[in-house]
Design a protein around this ligand. Sequence first.
Ligand code: GLV
Ligand code: MN
Ligand code: MN
Length: 410
Amino acid sequence: MADNRSQFDGARVLADLNALRAIGTYKTGVHKPTFSEPHLRSLEWLAQRLPEAGLTAEIDGIGNVLGTSAKPGPKLLAGSHLESQNFAGWLDGPLGVVYALEAARVINPDPDVSGAVEVASWCDEEGHFGSFLGSRSYVGGVSEQDIDAARDRTSGKPMRDALREAGLAGRARVIAERGRHVGYLEAHIEQGRTLEDGGLAIGVVTSIVGIWQYRIVFTGEQNHAGTTRMNIRKDAGLALARFCVAIDERFPAACGPRTVWTTGRITLDPGSPSIIPGQAEMLFQIRDDDPRVIERLEELLRSMAAETTTRGPCAVAVERLRTGAPAMMDASFQEAIEAASKSFAGGRSIRMPSAAGHDAQMLATIMPAGMLFVPSIGGISHHWTENTADADIVTGAEVFVDACRRLLAR
Ligand code: GLV
Ligand code: MN
Ligand code: MN
C-alpha cells in the first residue's frame, strides 16, 4: 500500500523548518511580526505545500491558513502558528505547523488509514494585535468590532489597515464546523528546561496556563528635572519603579507554587532626561493554571494600587486587558502521545503543564485537544538563540505522526 509519499521523512521536516527560517531571518532566528512581509510569505509557503498532502489550501480573512481534506473518515486538526515575536526564535510556531504538514503528507495518502489530518496555521498567536486572534476567531470568539479595535502593539497600525495591505480585507473568516474534527493536536518546543534537565524527549501536556494581562498607569506631574525640588515632585516613573518592587515583595505570600508574573514593558511619558515623567505605564502579566490564584493576585494588585493612590503623590489605575482561561488537555490525547512516545522515543516522556500560552487552549474550548513538547536547548525561547537539536526535532516529529495515526484510528 504505502507509496513514497507515505513514508515519514525526518530530513524533509528539517528542510521545511529551515526553509521557513530562511524567510525573515534574524541572526539564527527570525523576525516575523504578524502581517509583516516575511510572515505573509511564510503563509504563502504553507499554502503552496498543503496540496502535497492532499489538502485544499485557503488563507482566510484573519490570516489563518487552513488545509482541508475531502477524504472520507474522521478528521484530526493539527497545527500551530507562523508569525514570531519580534527578533525571536525559528521554532516557536513553525515546529507545530511543519509537524502537522508532515503528518498530513504521511497519513492522508495512506489508503490503510481511514480519515485525514487537516492542517492549520493560526494567525497572531504571538499577540501582536490581540490574544490568539486567529484560533479565537476560528472558535467563534472574535467579533468584527474586536478587529476594528485591534492595533499592532509595536507600531500602533490598525489591524484593518494591515489586513487590507495583506490583501485579506473582505475575505470571509473560517469558523469551525462543529463535529468535523475528532480533536486538535499541536506540537511545540517546550520553552523551558524540564525535558532537557531530565534527559527526556517528549512532554505530554496536561494543561495550559491562564494568562491575565494588565495596563497599570501612574499619573503624577510633568515638570522641569532641574528646578523642581525633590520633596515636591510627583514623579510617575519613580512611583512605577516602587510599585514593581512592592509586587515582588507581596505576591509570594498570595501566589501558587507555579505562578509567574512579569512586567514586560515600561513607558515613561514624555520619556526625556530633563523632564520628570508626568505619566508612566507598565504592561503586567500574571500566569497560573488556577484562575482562583490569579483572581486573588488581581485583588492584591488592585488594593496595592489603591494604597499607593491614597499615600500619594501619584495616582495609580489598573486596567485588565486580557483574561485568558487555562485549558485542560484531553486524557485520551495524552494517552495517544504517551503510546507514540513508547514506540518512537523509547518512552522518554513526562506529563507536564504548559506555562506558555498556545492556540490549543482556544481549540480546547470546542473540541478535545492535546499538545506535545520537544526539548528546548537551555530552555531559551522568545529570543533569537532559541533552538532544539535536530535529532530531537526528528524524534518529536515521528512521535507526532504516530500520535495522529492513533487518534484517527480510535
Ligand atoms: C506565547 O507565546 C506565550 O507568551 O505564552
Ligand atoms: Mn508559540
Ligand atoms: Mn511564543
